[in-house]
Design a protein around this ligand. Structure first.
Ligand SMILES: C[S@@+](CC[C@H](N)C(=O)[O-])C[C@H]1O[C@@H](n2cnc3c(N)ncnc32)[C@H](O)[C@@H]1O
Length: 347
């Protein structure tokens, strides 16, 4: 059940080490005045703003599990005609405070807020900083299955801004939070030992049909009547040299005679195309289980919860959500988005 709490992001009424991931978009420096006492973003200097954000990071480190991390959406501000360089300042201060900057993700947009400037380009990107400790939960496989056709999809996220609940564009689309959660928040965690479940991954016989070589390999396999056992045999036998493979590749010697026979048969039929099946798509066939019998969903915290975009993504992905915001009025907007999950409104 999601929990919505009215509190300051620097002083969270949460226990130590109970949160798996922070995904958040704080107010940017000198942009919108939220009209609440103690708000972040209205500091007189960039240094003051960065110091306030560092206080937040210190508090988030306390509530994160040892393998928890932070996806922090930061934007810049033109001040006296010059960009203030906020993201760079935040990165440097976080590094000084012992965080690892594992990615500076570029959130690229093709449209955005109208910008009246006539002597510079309108800004159409922001950063999402992934800040971690040495060890952190990361599910690149699950993420790449959705976003990269199995390959590493890279650090540019093309996501259009969404309409907010008010008249403005929401600063933080649900899709952005969805990606961060897929990457950084475990599906479930053992309440006894704290270990998260990990994917068990196996190769399939499915190829990437966008590649002509793969399509040809599938045609040849079909024409020759190759079976799933043949494909498994190719994958078990492997390949060290695609060019010479038809002639010299006979396996490692560790494969059984039957596997080698099937692989040789398949190689005969496929020629040089058999290598295609050695990098067939992998898929999740199960999840590890530490066996203690007490699993809880991964827990996502947004300490600047606003209208609850992070919460909407967390709920959709089966994670538990804790939304914190100084302004309790925000929670009234967030609550319906988390409907079905009966948010617990706490003072
Ligand atoms: C950029 S908005 C967050 C938008 C959010 N991602 C959404 O989906 O609507 C920033 C939020 O931070 C809140 N806020 C400002 N200062 C705060 C502080 N010190 N602690 C907690 N929340 C704060 C504001 O009330 C506002 O709702």
């Amino acid at each position: 059940m999601p929990t919505l709490i009215a509190a300051d992001a620097r002083h969270l009424p949460l226990a130590d080490a109970g949160v798996d991931l922070v995904v958040t978009s704080p107010p940017y420096w000198k942009k919108r005045d939220y009209g609440v006492d103690g708000q972040l973003g209205q500091e007189t200097t960039p240094a003051g703003y960065v110091a306030a954000l560092m206080d937040c990071l210190t508090e988030w480190r306390r509530v994160l599990t040892p393998t928890g991390s932070v996806f922090l959406n930061v934007g810049d501000t033109w001040h006296r005609r010059s960009l203030a360089g906020i993201p760079g300042r935040v990165e440097a201060a976080a590094a000084d405070a012992g965080w690892l900057l594992r990615n500076r993700i570029v959130w690229a947009k093709t449209r955005g807020m109208p910008d009246p400037a006539k002597d510079r380009l309108a800004n159409r990107y922001e950063y999402v900083l992934h800040l971690t400790r040495r060890n952190y939960h990361y599910d690149l496989f699950g993420y790449a299955e959705r976003h990269g056709n199995g390959a590493n999809p890279g650090d540019v996220w093309h996501i259009e801004p969404e309409r907010g609940l008010g008249p403005h564009l929401a600063p933080f689309p649900v899709e952005l939070a969805r990606r961060a959660i897929l990457l950084g928040c475990p599906r479930d965690v053992c309440t006894i030992c704290g270990l998260s479940s990990k994917r068990i991954i196996a190769r399939t016989g499915e190829l990437d049909e966008s590649r002509p070589q793969a399509r040809r390999a599938m045609q040849l396999a079909k024409a020759a009547g190759l079976t799933a056992e043949h494909i498994a045999a190719i994958q078990a036998t492997g390949i060290s040299d695609a060019g010479k493979a038809l002639v010299v590749q006979t396996g490692t010697g560790r494969n059984s005679a039957e596997v080698q026979r099937l692989a040789a048969e398949a190689k005969q039929a496929l020629g040089g195309y058999f290598r295609e099946f050695t990098f067939a798509r992998k898929q999740t066939v199960g999840w590890t289980d530490c066996g203690h019998g007490g699993l809880r969903p991964g827990i996502v915290l947004d300490p600047f919860s606003g209208t609850g975009s992070t919460g909407a993504a967390a709920v959709e992905l089966g994670r538990r959500y804790i939304g914190v915001d100084l302004d309790p009025a925000c929670h009234a907007l967030a609550a319906p988005r988390l409907a079905g999950q009966r948010p617990a409104l706490a003072a």
